[in-house]
Design a protein around this ligand. Sequence first.
Ligand code: AMP
Length: 303
Amino acid sequence: MSILVVGSVAFDTVETPFGKAEKVLGGSASFFSVAASFFVPVNLVGVVGTDFGDKERGAFVGRDIDLTGLETVEGKTFHWGGKYSFDLNSRDTLFTDLNVFATFKPKIPAAYRQSQQVFLGNIDPVLQRGVLDQVEKPELVACDTMNFWISGQPEELKRTLARVDVLLINDAEARQLSGEWNLVKAARAIRGMGPKTLVVKKGEHGVVMFTEAGAFAAPAYPLEDVFDPTGAGDTFAGGFLGYLAAAQHRDEETLRRAVVMGSTLASFNVEAFSLDRLLTLTRKEIDERFRLFKRLTHFETLG
Ligand code: AMP
Protein backbone atom coordinates (compact mmCIF):
# COMPACT_ATOMS: atom_id res chain seq x y z
CA MET A 1 0.00 0.00 0.00
CA SER A 2 1.56 3.32 -1.06
CA ILE A 3 0.43 6.73 -2.24
CA LEU A 4 1.50 8.38 -5.47
CA VAL A 5 1.65 12.19 -5.24
CA VAL A 6 2.17 14.57 -8.12
CA GLY A 7 2.65 18.26 -7.41
CA SER A 8 5.01 21.14 -6.87
CA VAL A 9 8.33 20.94 -5.08
CA ALA A 10 9.32 24.52 -4.52
CA PHE A 11 11.30 27.24 -2.91
CA ASP A 12 8.97 29.53 -0.95
CA THR A 13 9.65 33.06 0.22
CA VAL A 14 7.06 33.82 2.86
CA GLU A 15 6.32 36.85 4.97
CA THR A 16 3.99 36.69 7.96
CA PRO A 17 3.43 39.29 10.70
CA PHE A 18 5.91 37.23 12.75
CA GLY A 19 8.84 37.00 10.39
CA LYS A 20 10.16 36.20 6.95
CA ALA A 21 11.60 33.03 5.44
CA GLU A 22 13.63 33.26 2.21
CA LYS A 23 13.79 30.45 -0.33
CA VAL A 24 12.82 27.70 2.05
CA LEU A 25 11.49 24.30 1.02
CA GLY A 26 7.83 24.34 0.01
CA GLY A 27 5.48 23.06 -2.65
CA SER A 28 2.32 21.01 -2.44
CA ALA A 29 4.02 17.65 -2.99
CA SER A 30 6.60 18.38 -0.28
CA PHE A 31 4.09 19.11 2.47
CA PHE A 32 1.84 16.26 1.33
CA SER A 33 4.62 13.67 1.18
CA VAL A 34 6.09 14.33 4.58
CA ALA A 35 2.63 14.33 6.22
CA ALA A 36 1.45 11.15 4.45
CA SER A 37 4.71 9.31 5.13
CA PHE A 38 3.81 9.07 8.82
CA PHE A 39 1.20 6.49 7.73
CA VAL A 40 2.21 4.81 4.45
CA PRO A 41 5.08 4.84 1.92
CA VAL A 42 4.90 7.75 -0.54
CA ASN A 43 6.05 7.92 -4.17
CA LEU A 44 6.74 11.51 -5.15
CA VAL A 45 6.55 12.78 -8.74
CA GLY A 46 7.70 16.33 -9.41
CA VAL A 47 10.46 18.43 -10.89
CA VAL A 48 13.23 20.59 -9.45
CA GLY A 49 16.09 22.59 -10.94
CA THR A 50 19.81 22.19 -10.45
CA ASP A 51 19.67 24.72 -7.58
CA PHE A 52 17.74 22.19 -5.46
CA GLY A 53 20.49 20.88 -3.26
CA ASP A 54 21.17 18.14 -0.76
CA LYS A 55 19.97 20.38 2.06
CA GLU A 56 16.44 20.58 0.58
CA ARG A 57 16.46 16.92 -0.48
CA GLY A 58 17.45 16.06 3.07
CA ALA A 59 13.89 16.81 4.21
CA PHE A 60 12.72 13.64 2.45
CA VAL A 61 15.65 11.43 3.34
CA GLY A 62 15.19 8.91 6.14
CA ARG A 63 11.43 8.89 5.59
CA ASP A 64 9.31 6.48 3.61
CA ILE A 65 9.38 8.77 0.55
CA ASP A 66 10.63 7.44 -2.79
CA LEU A 67 12.25 10.11 -4.94
CA THR A 68 12.69 8.10 -8.16
CA GLY A 69 9.97 10.27 -9.71
CA LEU A 70 11.54 13.58 -8.66
CA GLU A 71 13.22 14.78 -11.86
CA THR A 72 16.08 17.27 -11.82
CA VAL A 73 16.35 19.39 -14.96
CA GLU A 74 18.67 22.20 -15.99
CA GLY A 75 17.35 25.51 -14.64
CA LYS A 76 15.85 26.95 -11.49
CA THR A 77 13.34 25.35 -9.12
CA PHE A 78 9.79 26.75 -8.95
CA HIS A 79 9.82 29.76 -6.59
CA TRP A 80 6.69 31.13 -4.95
CA GLY A 81 6.39 34.25 -2.82
CA GLY A 82 3.50 35.08 -0.50
CA LYS A 83 2.64 37.56 2.23
CA TYR A 84 0.04 37.15 4.97
CA SER A 85 -1.93 39.91 6.65
CA PHE A 86 -2.29 40.08 10.41
CA ASP A 87 -5.24 37.67 10.70
CA LEU A 88 -3.33 35.08 8.63
CA ASN A 89 -6.53 34.18 6.79
CA SER A 90 -5.76 36.31 3.78
CA ARG A 91 -2.67 35.92 1.67
CA ASP A 92 -1.30 37.80 -1.30
CA THR A 93 0.79 35.96 -3.83
CA LEU A 94 3.75 38.26 -4.49
CA PHE A 95 5.28 36.24 -7.32
CA THR A 96 5.06 32.82 -8.97
CA ASP A 97 8.28 32.03 -10.83
CA LEU A 98 7.40 28.75 -12.50
CA ASN A 99 10.95 28.15 -13.80
CA VAL A 100 11.40 24.40 -14.51
CA PHE A 101 7.78 23.80 -13.42
CA ALA A 102 6.54 25.66 -16.54
CA THR A 103 7.32 22.70 -18.80
CA PHE A 104 6.57 19.96 -16.25
CA LYS A 105 4.96 16.89 -17.83
CA PRO A 106 4.63 14.29 -15.09
CA LYS A 107 6.23 10.98 -16.05
CA ILE A 108 5.13 8.18 -13.78
CA PRO A 109 7.94 5.66 -13.22
CA ALA A 110 6.95 2.06 -14.09
CA ALA A 111 7.23 1.02 -10.45
CA TYR A 112 4.54 3.57 -9.47
CA ARG A 113 1.95 2.61 -12.11
CA GLN A 114 0.09 0.20 -9.90
CA SER A 115 -0.41 2.75 -7.13
CA GLN A 116 -3.71 2.23 -5.36
CA GLN A 117 -3.95 5.76 -4.01
CA VAL A 118 -3.22 8.88 -6.02
CA PHE A 119 -3.05 12.52 -4.92
CA LEU A 120 -3.18 15.03 -7.75
CA GLY A 121 -1.71 18.23 -6.36
CA ASN A 122 -2.77 21.60 -7.67
CA ILE A 123 -1.49 21.53 -11.28
CA ASP A 124 -3.04 21.97 -14.73
CA PRO A 125 -6.13 19.70 -14.92
CA VAL A 126 -4.94 18.36 -18.28
CA LEU A 127 -1.70 17.20 -16.63
CA GLN A 128 -3.71 15.75 -13.74
CA ARG A 129 -5.60 13.60 -16.26
CA GLY A 130 -2.31 12.69 -17.93
CA VAL A 131 -1.20 11.25 -14.58
CA LEU A 132 -4.37 9.18 -14.28
CA ASP A 133 -3.83 7.84 -17.80
CA GLN A 134 -0.44 6.48 -16.67
CA VAL A 135 -1.77 4.73 -13.57
CA GLU A 136 -3.35 1.32 -14.01
CA LYS A 137 -6.33 1.02 -11.72
CA PRO A 138 -6.23 3.38 -8.77
CA GLU A 139 -8.66 2.58 -6.02
CA LEU A 140 -8.81 6.12 -4.68
CA VAL A 141 -8.04 9.35 -6.56
CA ALA A 142 -7.88 12.59 -4.58
CA CYS A 143 -7.36 16.01 -6.09
CA ASP A 144 -6.67 19.63 -5.22
CA THR A 145 -7.19 22.64 -7.48
CA MET A 146 -7.40 26.43 -7.25
CA ASN A 147 -9.19 29.53 -8.59
CA PHE A 148 -6.67 29.86 -11.44
CA TRP A 149 -7.82 26.55 -12.99
CA ILE A 150 -11.49 26.95 -12.02
CA SER A 151 -11.76 30.19 -13.97
CA GLY A 152 -9.11 29.46 -16.62
CA GLN A 153 -9.84 25.85 -17.60
CA PRO A 154 -13.34 25.01 -16.32
CA GLU A 155 -14.13 22.37 -18.95
CA GLU A 156 -10.79 20.58 -18.59
CA LEU A 157 -11.18 20.66 -14.83
CA LYS A 158 -14.65 19.11 -15.06
CA ARG A 159 -13.28 16.31 -17.25
CA THR A 160 -10.68 15.60 -14.59
CA LEU A 161 -13.18 15.79 -11.73
CA ALA A 162 -15.30 13.10 -13.39
CA ARG A 163 -12.41 10.72 -12.56
CA VAL A 164 -11.83 11.91 -8.99
CA ASP A 165 -13.14 10.33 -5.76
CA VAL A 166 -12.11 12.98 -3.22
CA LEU A 167 -11.81 16.71 -3.94
CA LEU A 168 -10.12 18.97 -1.37
CA ILE A 169 -10.64 22.70 -1.96
CA ASN A 170 -11.30 25.83 0.11
CA ASP A 171 -14.70 27.44 0.59
CA ALA A 172 -14.12 30.23 -1.95
CA GLU A 173 -13.09 27.66 -4.55
CA ALA A 174 -16.16 25.50 -3.81
CA ARG A 175 -18.39 28.53 -4.40
CA GLN A 176 -16.57 29.47 -7.58
CA LEU A 177 -16.61 25.93 -8.99
CA SER A 178 -20.32 25.38 -8.32
CA GLY A 179 -21.64 28.90 -8.84
CA GLU A 180 -23.52 28.46 -5.54
CA TRP A 181 -22.97 30.73 -2.54
CA ASN A 182 -24.47 28.29 -0.05
CA LEU A 183 -21.94 25.57 0.80
CA VAL A 184 -24.52 22.78 1.13
CA LYS A 185 -25.82 23.56 -2.34
CA ALA A 186 -22.27 23.97 -3.62
CA ALA A 187 -21.35 20.54 -2.22
CA ARG A 188 -24.35 18.91 -3.89
CA ALA A 189 -23.39 20.42 -7.24
CA ILE A 190 -19.71 19.45 -6.93
CA ARG A 191 -20.50 15.90 -5.81
CA GLY A 192 -22.60 15.66 -8.96
CA MET A 193 -19.47 16.43 -11.03
CA GLY A 194 -17.71 13.24 -9.88
CA PRO A 195 -16.05 13.41 -6.45
CA LYS A 196 -18.33 11.58 -4.03
CA THR A 197 -16.34 12.96 -1.11
CA LEU A 198 -15.78 16.71 -0.92
CA VAL A 199 -13.61 18.28 1.76
CA VAL A 200 -14.05 22.03 2.07
CA LYS A 201 -11.19 23.76 3.92
CA LYS A 202 -11.94 26.94 5.81
CA GLY A 203 -8.55 27.91 7.22
CA GLU A 204 -8.67 28.67 10.93
CA HIS A 205 -12.36 27.69 10.92
CA GLY A 206 -11.59 24.08 10.15
CA VAL A 207 -13.06 21.80 7.49
CA VAL A 208 -16.41 20.40 6.43
CA MET A 209 -16.60 17.05 4.67
CA PHE A 210 -19.60 16.19 2.48
CA THR A 211 -20.31 12.53 1.70
CA GLU A 212 -23.26 10.27 0.94
CA ALA A 213 -24.02 10.32 4.69
CA GLY A 214 -24.23 14.12 4.91
CA ALA A 215 -21.87 16.66 6.44
CA PHE A 216 -19.14 16.28 9.07
CA ALA A 217 -17.35 19.31 10.51
CA ALA A 218 -14.03 19.48 12.35
CA PRO A 219 -12.62 22.67 13.85
CA ALA A 220 -9.03 23.75 13.43
CA TYR A 221 -7.09 22.87 16.58
CA PRO A 222 -6.97 26.00 18.76
CA LEU A 223 -3.33 27.04 18.92
CA GLU A 224 -1.76 29.90 20.79
CA ASP A 225 0.99 30.34 18.23
CA VAL A 226 0.18 30.15 14.56
CA PHE A 227 3.30 31.13 12.71
CA ASP A 228 2.87 30.35 9.00
CA PRO A 229 -0.23 28.79 7.37
CA THR A 230 1.59 27.95 4.10
CA GLY A 231 1.04 24.34 3.15
CA ALA A 232 -1.71 23.69 5.70
CA GLY A 233 -4.03 22.43 2.97
CA ASP A 234 -1.47 20.03 1.50
CA THR A 235 -0.45 18.83 4.94
CA PHE A 236 -4.12 18.22 5.72
CA ALA A 237 -4.41 16.21 2.49
CA GLY A 238 -1.33 14.15 3.43
CA GLY A 239 -2.68 13.30 6.87
CA PHE A 240 -6.16 12.60 5.52
CA LEU A 241 -5.10 10.31 2.65
CA GLY A 242 -2.24 8.72 4.55
CA TYR A 243 -4.63 7.73 7.33
CA LEU A 244 -7.22 6.42 4.85
CA ALA A 245 -4.63 4.39 2.94
CA ALA A 246 -3.29 2.81 6.12
CA ALA A 247 -6.79 2.05 7.43
CA GLN A 248 -7.72 0.33 4.16
CA HIS A 249 -11.37 1.23 4.76
CA ARG A 250 -13.50 4.01 3.38
CA ASP A 251 -16.60 3.83 5.55
CA GLU A 252 -18.01 7.01 7.07
CA GLU A 253 -16.38 6.53 10.49
CA THR A 254 -12.93 6.03 8.93
CA LEU A 255 -13.44 9.09 6.71
CA ARG A 256 -14.30 11.15 9.80
CA ARG A 257 -11.20 9.98 11.64
CA ALA A 258 -9.17 10.81 8.52
CA VAL A 259 -10.54 14.37 8.57
CA VAL A 260 -9.43 14.76 12.18
CA MET A 261 -6.03 13.23 11.36
CA GLY A 262 -5.62 15.70 8.48
CA SER A 263 -6.52 18.55 10.83
CA THR A 264 -4.05 17.24 13.41
CA LEU A 265 -1.15 17.22 10.93
CA ALA A 266 -2.10 20.66 9.57
CA SER A 267 -2.20 22.09 13.10
CA PHE A 268 1.45 21.14 13.61
CA ASN A 269 2.54 22.47 10.24
CA VAL A 270 1.33 26.02 10.94
CA GLU A 271 3.47 26.23 14.09
CA ALA A 272 6.63 27.02 12.07
CA PHE A 273 7.86 28.18 8.66
CA SER A 274 8.26 25.78 5.75
CA LEU A 275 8.22 22.10 6.77
CA ASP A 276 10.22 22.82 9.91
CA ARG A 277 7.65 21.52 12.39
CA LEU A 278 6.71 18.46 10.31
CA LEU A 279 10.37 17.48 10.21
CA THR A 280 10.67 17.28 14.00
CA LEU A 281 7.25 15.74 14.52
CA THR A 282 6.84 12.28 16.05
CA ARG A 283 4.07 9.72 15.73
CA LYS A 284 3.57 10.00 19.51
CA GLU A 285 2.90 13.75 19.27
CA ILE A 286 0.46 13.13 16.41
CA ASP A 287 -1.48 10.51 18.37
CA GLU A 288 -1.63 12.72 21.47
CA ARG A 289 -3.09 15.67 19.59
CA PHE A 290 -5.49 13.40 17.70
CA ARG A 291 -6.86 12.31 21.08
CA LEU A 292 -7.16 15.93 22.27
CA PHE A 293 -9.28 16.61 19.18
CA LYS A 294 -11.91 14.22 20.47
CA ARG A 295 -12.12 16.14 23.74
CA LEU A 296 -12.29 19.41 21.83
CA THR A 297 -15.49 18.47 20.04
CA HIS A 298 -17.17 15.99 22.40
CA PHE A 299 -20.40 16.90 24.14
CA GLU A 300 -23.40 15.09 25.60
CA THR A 301 -27.02 15.92 24.89
CA LEU A 302 -29.39 16.24 27.86
CA GLY A 303 -31.52 13.14 27.55
P1 AMP B 1 -1.25 26.03 0.39
O1 AMP B 1 -0.83 26.93 1.52
O2 AMP B 1 -1.82 24.72 0.86
O3 AMP B 1 -2.11 26.73 -0.61
O4 AMP B 1 0.08 25.59 -0.40
C1 AMP B 1 1.15 26.46 -0.52
C2 AMP B 1 2.21 25.82 -1.40
O5 AMP B 1 1.74 25.78 -2.75
C3 AMP B 1 3.49 26.62 -1.40
O6 AMP B 1 4.50 25.85 -0.78
C4 AMP B 1 3.80 26.92 -2.87
O7 AMP B 1 5.10 26.59 -3.22
C5 AMP B 1 2.80 26.08 -3.64
N1 AMP B 1 2.22 26.81 -4.77
C6 AMP B 1 1.84 28.12 -4.83
N2 AMP B 1 1.35 28.43 -6.04
C7 AMP B 1 1.40 27.30 -6.79
C8 AMP B 1 1.04 26.96 -8.15
N3 AMP B 1 0.54 27.87 -8.99
N4 AMP B 1 1.24 25.69 -8.55
C9 AMP B 1 1.75 24.77 -7.72
N5 AMP B 1 2.11 25.02 -6.45
C10 AMP B 1 1.95 26.25 -5.97
